[in-house]
Design a protein around this ligand. Structure first.
Ligand code: WT7
Length: 649
């Protein structure tokens, strides 16, 4: 790091308000890693169990024997914990504040109403033949029914797999087929930024021509009342499904290690991975992190501005906050609609105390000066959070000053789909903050840095980030492919979980995440595999070869730079470039839209035929002065030509 560290010290006054003192953190942390069994035996009590657990931790990261079990002889139900158990004390408390895309539209759903809606829908699912262990795909916009659908699945023991509403029909079909989902829950359309977008249309296309043979029904929630095609033997309206069902639905008794959900995420190679989370450990971890990391208190209004299509939405819009009986705000829209001040306006309107959002949103607001802070006071805020990608110190300071009025600590939370919950983070008013650093591990998390040979590094240094022992929120496997799970996460460095991220540890022991060290991109906080985009590209008839790399982008964090070689006889003109851009949007997702499409007859390869991505990354970043060792290149002239025609100048 060349720039000086911006340190924000915790004042003595703030320390008085903290949930924990520094000494308490140290003591709890030491216990959590030295005696995880006793630590988590106690913490597991924060949720309700039907049958109490006797065993706590039973985990192995050993090669060929990776096996992760927590609370394995306990039984519980995640929906019961998020809904029913609050009815006695918090029945009238608002569980979900729903803020529509339009500032005129909102809804408040009490725990009692949540219980009724979820139970009815759960009964509807049963009516359609969904039973414990069945997989259910959910492809929904940000409406309360998305949360109802997730919780209803959990209630009857069905395993949900939420597919982000921005994904294409092909991506939907791939995910459905991988987990052999029996049913898909969707909506007619979604709304965002004053526009509507079709969802059922995409599902129709995904299911067309018997492409998803395991699907028996699609349940359609009426959100916009937009025009949809209908297949009466397959399609069911949500409101008709629940019209005549009971409001009572017994929650299924689940083992702690029964699957709760599958969430697909991108890896450096191959098709998306179905990350599997189970019930007990996940819920304990989501609930505990939500409480401690945001210093959540009973009457807080809590807002995580993510989408339920990602793990952040699972753990910190739905499961964590609801397990804690919190009021969680769900936002249908975007930070810039109808104006740049929307985030602050929503904060004021609902008196939000805790705001959790992503650096890409912060940078988008920041690019308009301080306009985003002009239309609101945001005086209700107490704690801020950041997630999804490294937050650069400039964006951190802007967030701190303009959104938090220089009085709310920012929790820069590092974690992943696979970790289930927050792993490295400050705690409010407990430790000093450093703009750009996720600082230190949460309870039970033992991070380490290793070099490329797997040698463990000590002291202030930089290396590959690993986690040395299991924590309850950890993913248990990849759906249907435990071998790939072991291969991806436990084979690079023996007996440790490899995160795929690089990090630096400073003199104080604080961690600074430097970003992915594999071929995974982080575009506006969305995780994308270069291999996934490449396979979509080479499926286009005009393309013979493709290589995708990321480059630094002011707002998105990383942009997508695509190198493509045309088929013989193909002329790469503007029309074709536009067509390829559309192709990627439609075949994968608009979030994967290339920023640059660079046609080249050849790609730089080693003499053994391997594409030299390192060189492509440098050219894409417009850092071509120092390309490093190019002596293994088969044809060095390719590089000169690529530099000459580079697009990111
Ligand atoms: C990757 C995981 C965590 C939920 C949302 C993303 C990057 C995440 C941070 C952070 C630096 C971060 C990492 C990680 N990342 N949070 N605070 N600082 N990088 O989940 O889609 O599974 O992506 O996001 O590179 O590996 P995901």
């Amino acid at each position: 790091m060349s720039q000086p560290t911006h340190i924000h010290k915790v004042s003595n006054e703030a320390k008085q308000q903290a949930r924990l003192s520094e000494e308490q953190y140290q003591r709890m942390y030491a216990e959590s890693v030295n005696d995880p069994d006793s630590f988590w035996r106690e913490q597991g009590q924060r949720i309700d169990w039907f049958t109490p657990y006797n065993r706590v931790k039973n985990t192995s990261f050993a090669p060929g024997k990776v096996d992760i079990k927590w609370f394995e002889d306990g039984t519980l139900n995640a929906c019961y914990n998020c809904v029913d158990r609050h009815l006695a004390e918090r029945g009238d408390k608002t569980a979900i504040i729903w803020e529509g895309d339009s500032p005129e539209v909102q809804d408040e759903i009490s725990y009692r109403t949540l219980h009724k809606e979820v139970s009815r829908f759960a009964n509807g699912l049963k009516k359609l033949g969904v039973a414990k262990g069945d997989r259910v795909a959910i492809y929904m916009p940000m409406v309360p029914q998305a949360a109802y659908a997730m919780l209803a699945c959990a209630r009857i023991g069905a395993v949900h797999s939420v597919i982000f509403a921005g994904f294409s029909p092909k991506a939907i079909a791939d995910r459905i087929n991988d987990c052999e989902a029996k049913l898909i829950i969707t909506a007619d359309e979604g709304r965002r930024g004053g526009k509507t977008f079709g969802l059922k249309d995409n599902v129709d296309e995904a299911l067309a021509d018997n492409r998803c043979p395991t699907i028996t029904h699609s349940v359609v929630c009426q959100v916009t009342d937009g025009e949809v095609n209908w297949q009466p033997e397959r399609d069911v309206w949500w409101h008709e499904l629940v019209a005549d069902v009971s409001h009572e639905c017994q929650p299924e008794v689940m083992n702690a290690e029964d699957p709760l959900f599958i969430l697909y995420t991108s890896g450096s190679t191959g098709k998306p991975k179905g990350v599997l989370h189970t019930t007990g450990g996940y819920l304990v971890y989501a609930s505990m992190t939500h409480e401690y990391v945001f210093d959540y208190r009973e009457d807080d209004i809590y807002w995580c501005a993510a989408d339920v299509g990602w793990i952040t939405g699972h753990s910190y819009i739905v499961y964590g906050p609801l397990a804690n009986g919190a009021t969680t705000l769900m936002f249908e829209g975007v930070p810039t609609y109808p104006g740049i001040g929307r985030i602050g306006e929503v904060v004021d309107k609902h008196q939000v105390n805790i705001l959790y959002t992503a650096p890409t949103a912060i940078r988008a607001l920041m690019s308009k000066g301080d306009a985003a802070a002009k239309t609101s006071s945001r005086d209700s805020l107490r704690v801020l959070g950041s997630v999804g990608e490294p937050i650069n110190p400039e964006a951190w300071e802007w967030y701190y000053e303009k959104i938090g009025n220089s009085r709310c600590p920012i929790m820069d939370t590092w974690w992943q789909t696979e970790t289930g919950g927050i792993m490295i983070t400050p705690l409010p008013n407990v430790n000093d903050l450093k703009a750009g650093s996720a600082t230190r591990p949460f309870f039970g998390v033992e991070p380490g840095l290793v070099d490329n040979d797997g040698k463990s590094l000590t002291g202030a240094t930089e290396g590959n980030l690993v986690i040395k022992q299991s924590w309850p929120g950890q993913a248990r496997t990849l759906w249907g492919d435990h071998e790939r799970f072991e291969q991806t996460y436990f084979s690079t460095y023996k007996n440790q979980y490899f995160t795929g991220d690089g990090a630096r540890r400073d003199d104080d022991g604080d961690y600074w995440i430097t970003g992915r060290v594999d071929d995974v991109l982080n575009v506006s906080g969305h995780r994308l595999g270069t291999a996934e985009i490449e396979s979509v590209l080479v499926a286009h008839k005009a393309i013979s070869e493709a290589a995708v790399v990321g480059f630094p982008h002011d707002v998105k964090g990383q942009g997508i730079y695509v190198y493509v070689a045309p088929m013989t006889g193909v002329t790469a003109d503007e029309a074709l470039t536009a067509e390829v851009r559309e192709w990627v949007r439609n075949e994968l997702s608009p979030i994967a839209t290339p920023d640059f499409i660079h046609w080249s007859e050849g790609l730089p390869k080693t003499r053994s035929g391997k594409i030299m991505r390192r060189i492509l990354r440098k050219i894409a970043a417009n850092e071509h002065d120092n390309l490093g060792d190019t002596s293994t290149l088969a044809d060095p002239s390719v590089v000169d030509s690529l530099i000459k025609h580079r697009l990111n100048k």
